[in-house]
Design a protein around this ligand. Structure first.
Ligand code: DAK
Length: 260
């Protein structure tokens, strides 16, 4: 697929997807969401991609939300389609067997916060701002904000943000657990790439099992979740990487993982 609204590059096993509509602060329209879905599918299918970074073009925004000019006159059936396209894409990203990091370089409002929450981790610049301001537009979040936000930061804080429509700066987002790390804006990409490359060097199948256990265990009862973990962990013993990792430790050398 040819992309108009995103940039897609791969560097040393790390795919970088850059939302590229800086004049509209990278607002997310349906065309961009279709491109994101395609890019995430490419990341899933391409074995040379081991980790993914999502970021925004320009120095003001990651994504300033779903595109309000496109949404304004949507009929309910079309709104449903736009919402389902978003959910399909974000669930694909979230459950990908490969790790993802949102590098949030400015505004991440509404759909921007929601897209960042479908990534495994969020690294923010000091000027990043988060929020779910949909209520101010007569809406509620439509791409998982009412569900992923309480899971990440707790119900009380999520309600404060969704019902109040306010914004959080990077420091507050860090304090409530929405953000993993904060960097000065000019170091954000460099530090995010460094960490993504480290993740890209991890044993591939083990990474898949770790994400699978966390993603699919989270909403199970503790007994079932632990059972899932046991099964995922046991499967790791079928890999050469488990043998290699443990041999390398005992031989006091660096492991050479092959993804097998
Ligand atoms: N949509 C469309 N255009 C946007 C935009 C957005 N979300 N955010 C900014 N822009 C555009 C502005 O209109 C402006 O365009 P021009 O006037 O230059 O043509 C340009 O970006 C620069 O923005 P500003 O001039 O406003 O820049 P400032 O620095 O003054 O302000 C701001 C930055 C981020 C505080 C402000 O732009 C702002 O408040 N933006 C809107 C933020 C927002 O409300 N975001 C949440 C959108 S609602 C659903 C699916 C998803 C969702 C809901 C339902 N279904 C399918 C049903 C999710 C909803 C949302 O995300």
């Amino acid at each position: 697929m040819e992309y108009k609204n995103i940039l897609f590059t791969v560097e040393e096993g790390v795919a970088i997807i850059t939302f590229n509509r800086p004049k509209a602060l990278n607002a997310m329209n349906s065309e961009t969401m279709r491109e994101l879905k395609d890019a995430v599918t490419v990341c899933k299918d391409d074995d040379s991609v081991k980790a993914i970074i999502l970021t925004g073009a320009g120095d003001k925004a990651f994504i300033a939300g779903a595109d309000i000019s496109e949404m304004q006159n949507l009929e309910p059936q079309d709104a449903l389609k736009f919402m389902e396209l978003g959910h399909d894409t974000l669930r694909l990203l979230e459950t990908l067997p490969k790790p993802s990091i949102a590098a949030i370089n400015g505004f991440a409002l509404g759909g921007g916060t929601e897209i960042s929450m479908a990534c495994d981790m969020r690294f923010a610049s000091e000027n990043a701002r988060f929020g779910q301001p949909e209520i101010l537009l007569g809406l509620i979040p439509g791409w998982g904000g009412t569900q992923r936000l309480p899971r990440l930061i707790g119900m009380g804080r999520a309600k404060e943000i969704v019902l109040g429509g306010g914004q959080l700066d990077a420091q507050r987002a860090y304090e409530v657990g929405l953000v993993n790390k904060i960097y000065p804006a000019d170091r954000l990409m460099e530090e995010t790439k460094k960490f993504a490359k480290k993740l890209a060097g991890m044993p591939v199948f083990t990474m898949k099992m770790a994400k699978h256990s966390i993603n699919f265990g989270y909403d199970l009862s503790l007994d079932n979740a632990i059972r899932l973990e046991v099964e995922c962990c046991a499967q790791c013993f079928s890999t050469k990487d488990q043998k290699e990792g443990m041999a390398a430790f005992l031989e006091k050398r660096k492991a050479n993982f092959t993804g097998r």
